[in-house]
Design a binder for this molecule. Sequence first.
Ligand code: SAH
Length: 347
Amino acid sequence: MKAEAKKDIRALSREALRDFFEGRGLQAFRGNQVYEWLWKKGAHSFEEMTNLSLDLREQLATEFTINHIEVDRMQRSADGTVKNAVRLHDGLVVESVLIPTENRTTACVSSQVGCSLDCKFCATAQLKRMRNLNPDEIYDQVMVIDRQSRLYYNRPLSNIVFMGMGEPLMNYPNMMKAIAKITSPEGLGMSPRRITVSTSGVPKMIRRMADEGPRFNLAVSLHSAIDRTRSSIMPFNETFPLADLREAIAYWYSQTGSRVTYEYVVWEGINDQPEDVAALLEFCRAAPCKVNLIEYNPIGDDGFRQAPEPALNAYIDALENAGITVTVRRSRGKDIDAACGQLANKS
Ligand code: SAH
């Protein structure tokens, strides 16, 4: 049998693994053991599964393969940020970032190879979407960063953000499966409260997700609350206009009781006027929310420039006066192109 014809064993559920052994007249609990090796222990080969007989390991190896990821290249930034170029089983590459702060380490993971959206300010958008990541490929990125966190910072990973390459809601089933594994005691056992899914805002997917009663956090990359402006920098806004997004966010809150975070960059000449601030304030009335003002990370063309301090302060003052929590996020890992919107497989 050719290697590529073998099935990836990690596509099998625990039940399916138990059935596999039972079907061959073997004990079903072997399925649990294999499952534990694959997910909890992150085994990359059947040889590692030392509580199975050699014979069993060989049988598994003739029928299945384990499509694990491989860190191709690791770069460490002066501020401690680690960027990994991660090679997938078919040779495609995505990037995953470890962001350490004083009391957290956050994994920023990718959900797609490239991206199908076309945000004008994002480096990933310049790569077309090549494919969705499988649940195990998302899970593996988290595993890799958890190991790096233990190695370099002597502590386990504390948070996960889906803010790497791709639009997680355009790879919805796989993202949900990965989160289920990450939060399951049979996987990494992380609390969903420590996970944030960031979307450019796909209304029908936000609704669908809300219906599943998730316990993770939602961030929406808003950047403008005026349709004309938003469509000019995020052209898919033509298809998913702000009114629909707003309703979907209100629905999310009604179903989950969880405040949405708006990610927002203030650019000179684009969204730095009083009318832009007023529109954001109005949009914030859709549901309880927080606003995260993020620093612009230049991606190599001069079309976009971070607005100077006074414009930023106008936003901060107005939001605070309206009782809305606002945070200002400074970029990390800029020197190695690991900051938001800079992930584009430069190597
Ligand atoms: N597709 C998802 C997640 C990936 S982008 C989303 O859009 O939310 C993660 C965040 O980085 C988003 O808020 C995005 O708007 C922001 N971003 C993209 N390019 C950026 C850049 N050049 N500088 C700063 N933030 C950027």
